[in-house]
Design a protein. Sequence first.
Length: 255
Amino acid sequence: MKNQEGTQFRAGTFFPLVLLLLAACQSPEIPKDTAILLVENSPRTSDPLWATDAISQNLHNLTHAALVATGPDMKPRAELAESWEVKGYRKFRFRLRAGLKFEDGSSLTANDVRNAILAFSDKTSGAPHAEIFAHIQDVRVLNEREIEFSTDSVHPYLLWDLGSLKIFKKQGEQLIGAGRFKAIEFNTQIARLERNPFFYEAPKPGAIQKITVRVVREDITRYQMFRRGDANAMFNGLALTTTASLKKNLPRDLA
């Protein structure tokens, strides 16, 4: 099975919305390389092993990377793995890109991938993703860039599932990711992300460099903040009456 390259965020995430709205609504007070996103609900965890809510998972799609991700055509595409081979949908072998690094600049090798796979497939952990990956067995590191594992039965959709198996390591209680962005601050009220300078793929000219996600639970408050230019994107809907008013009274940069 051949991999397919791509640079778009994983299908189904809300962050393409950030870029779309940013192009249309750029407040003079907000730098052009910055996205400030208002959301209704808090991210529940910074640990991808325990993430089940949409906000957390979408943030993790930026701060962490997987072997493969789902492309815009809904097919698996290369992320940390540059290629892979599947035999009978029971034996999977991956070759990592050369020179991969975590966000702290340390090398990311097949052994790190093995540790992440074992963490996600550990039935005793109680983690919600363990049920998905518990069928993975016999995880073997072939060399620094190649890893192989098998499954206890045929799993034709495992490549798609692997998009949620993020590769990370821990230093004490700190999570070290390998995604496009790194978390500078992450709590139940705000998340601040900045570009990861060690990501394998350089950002395109004019790409977003910083993302701030603010939790604002009240519809009217999100609406007023957006109108004032305190943010340039929103996720989660507004009431229809508020949306209609926004269309009639566009912020200056939307007019």
